[in-house]
Design a binder for this molecule. Sequence first.
Ligand code: TYC
Length: 101
Amino acid sequence: MNDTSTKRKTALKPKVERPKLHKVILVNDDFTPREFVVTVLKGEFALSEDQASRVMITAHQKGVCVVSVYPRDVAETKATRATDAGREQGFPLLFTTEPEE
Ligand code: TYC
């Protein structure tokens, strides 16, 4: 058998799906102190004071704010840790996750 008989006419296109990133979302509440929210944002998500203040104020005014995006397991771990930090102090602070479109 010669080589040409088995040759493809079109190149194989590698179909590598990029895993979706997931958003971590900060949810407003009426009880958690603003400064505590900023502290958690800086500690868990490595935001600067300025970035953390802006994210906190946006959630406070609009109800929610996207903090950052990560691979799913990282997003879920960070959201859980940040929510637990609030619970440990008796605050209803909540972080959720959802896949990016
Ligand atoms: N709304 C809170 C207050 O007035 C502050 C706050 C902001 C709490 C954002 C949660 O995700 C939040 N003390």
